[in-house]
Ligand binder design. Structure first.
Ligand code: NDP
Length: 490
């Protein structure tokens, strides 16, 4: 691997893969990693060959017995040590994530510290994985054991590389399962760095493997006969392919897919707080967030007043290289940029009103950068593409409603069901909405608040299963029932 000298990290000794506790050169294609703000290659990583996919799944299977049988308190110590190592390397990991993804520095740092926290949280769960007893009368005893599910595959996206890695790997290791992680071809560095730190922390050789590559590597991994569970974060379309691949080994799946999440605002809400939450909820990470609040549903009476406030905030946002810690960094890739541009130009061609943005942003210090202006389209008809499909960029649409029924129908009117928000002073109103909206999580008078101990996941086309919190352990545990017939005391 080669690294540009101008960046505040040294990738010199980073391997292309960590398999069976050893760093390997990749056996496949070589890829340049691009800083999307500067548009220059700063590192090179080689994909794993299909033989290395097989090798990693074999290494994870081989390590399974040892890690599963490691006393829970020892597993907890190891995961805690890994959390400490991630925190101690936070400066370098932050810089890597910032340059590779294009993230503002403070957002990248938050992701790194969240990764450490995931390992800390799940370390605390290792020795609390109790089973049950089931009453069967006096002559039989039934109990359940929660055992590690086996080898788990983690196929990761490019928008939150280190935090999605930790969100799946930490509960899997806590459960005693073993791991093969496959980061996005665009953002593999933090996964490789954490896999190396895991060895230093005492994770046994083969219990945490990392391999690089694109779709064919991910698909081969998901279809591997050794794999018992696949955790995937990405698009709905790729999620379907992963599910199909995982049907070969009849593996379980956790799919965290896209969204088109509504944020609803009522006239009794604090409009300044709502505008702040709405702007942050869509423009954070340049809108490249599965849970972005991309549809603002406004009561008709306050639409213009609220949109003015959101537009003011959008126009005040700074853009620049992530290392300068602006409000918005660039989009990750030319493909993602073209996707966003495509949605916007189709919306313009359809005659939709663009209240702000709607074009490439020119950042003097990064003239080649893939920056896009925070964009707001107002009063968008429900049937428009941009009201139904995930853009995954800094593009907000607004719609208006008059009644509660109307609002709910709009909120539930897409194929997605990831998150939903409501701003209102009426708790009853908020609760009626929370119960009937089709979403995995609902935020009242805030958006995406609550942190990483709260279960997270989607319904409808937004996915299957839950990550984060205690619920995040379930996918990695197989429940075994044992029934003992012992007769009655005579
Ligand atoms: P994908 O959903 O295609 O990729 C996500 C991960 O899956 C990556 O690691 C990718 O590898 C891998 N992958 C791709 N194809 C397969 C396959 N057939 N089997 C197994 N794994 C596979 O996202 P993209 O990067 O292509 O982005 C496209 C769109 O997806 C975005 O515009 C956005 O709308 C959405 N997206 C949603 C995310 C979310 O958080 N829900 C995150 C990222 C994207 P590789 O990237 O190396 O090809």
């Amino acid at each position: 691997m080669t690294a540009g000298l101008q960046y505040p990290f040294d990738l010199g000794s980073l391997p292309d893969a960590v398999i069976g506790g050893i760093g390997h050169a990749g056996g496949g294609l070589s890829r340049q990693l691009v800083d999307p703000a500067a548009r220059i290659s700063f590192a090179e990583v080689r994909d794993a060959s299909l033989a290395q996919v097989d090798h990693s799944a074999f290494a994870a299977q081989t390590a399974l017995r040892l890690w599963a049988d490691t006393p829970p308190a020892r597993r907890a110590q190891v995961l805690m040590a890994l959390a400490d190592l991630i925190a101690s390397q936070a400066d370098e990991l932050t810089a890597v994530e910032c340059v590779n993804v294009g993230k503002p520095l403070s957002q990248a740092r938050r992701d790194v510290l969240r990764a450490a926290e995931y390992f800390r949280f799940y370390a605390g769960a290792c020795d609390k994985l109790n089973g049950d007893t089931i009453p069967l009368g006096p002559d039989q005893t039934a109990m359940t054991l929660l055992q590690p599910v086996g080898v788990t595959a983690h196929i990761l996206p490019w928008n939150y590389p280190i935090s999605t890695l930790a969100r799946g790997v930490a509960p899997a290791l806590a459960a005693g399962a073993t791991v093969v992680a496959k980061p996005s071809e665009l953002t593999p560095l933090s996964t490789l760095m954490v896999a190396k730190l895991a060895l230093e922390a005492g994770v046994p050789d083969g219990a945490f493997n990392a391999i690089c590559g694109a779709g064919e590597v991910g698909e081969a991994l998901a279809a591997h006969p050794n794999v018992a569970h696949v955790t995937f974060t990405g698009s709905t379309e790729t999620g379907r392919r992963v599910m199909q691949a995982a049907s070969g080994p009849v593996a379980g799946v956790t799919l965290e897919l896209g969204g088109k999440s509504p944020v609803m605002v009522w006239p009794d809400a604090d409009l300044d707080a709502a505008a702040e939450g709405v702007a942050r909820g869509i423009f954070f990470n340049a809108g490249q967030v599965c849970a972005a609040g991309s549809r603002l549903l406004c009561h008709a009476d306050i639409h213009d007043a609220l949109v003015d406030r959101v537009v003011q905030r959008a126009r005040a946002m700074t853009m620049g290289h992530g290392l300068t810690d602006p409000d918005l960094g660039p989009l990750i890739s030319e493909a993602q940029f073209a996707r966003v541009e495509g949605f916007v130009s189709r919306a313009m061609a359809d005659g939709l009103t663009c209240a702000t943005g709607g074009q490439r942003a020119h950042v003097p210090d990064c003239p080649q950068g893939l920056f896009y202006e925070p964009t707001v389209f107002t009063r968008v008809p429900e049937t428009c593409d941009i009201a139904q499909v995930e853009v995954f960029g800094p593009v907000l649409i607004t719609q208006t409603f008059e009644t509660e029924e109307d609002a709910l129908r709009l909120a539930n009117g897409t194929p997605f069901g990831l998150v939903a928000g409501i701003y209102t002073a009426d708790a009853g109103h908020a609760m009626r909405f929370a119960r009937r909206v089709e979403a995995g999580q609902v935020f009242v008078n805030g958006f995406l608040q609550g942190g990483d101990t709260v279960p997270f996941g989607g319904v409808k086309h937004s996915g299957i299963g839950r990550e984060k919190g205690v619920s995040g352990l379930r996918a990695y545990l197989a429940e075994k029932s044992i029934v003992l017939s012992h007769g009655e005391l005579s």
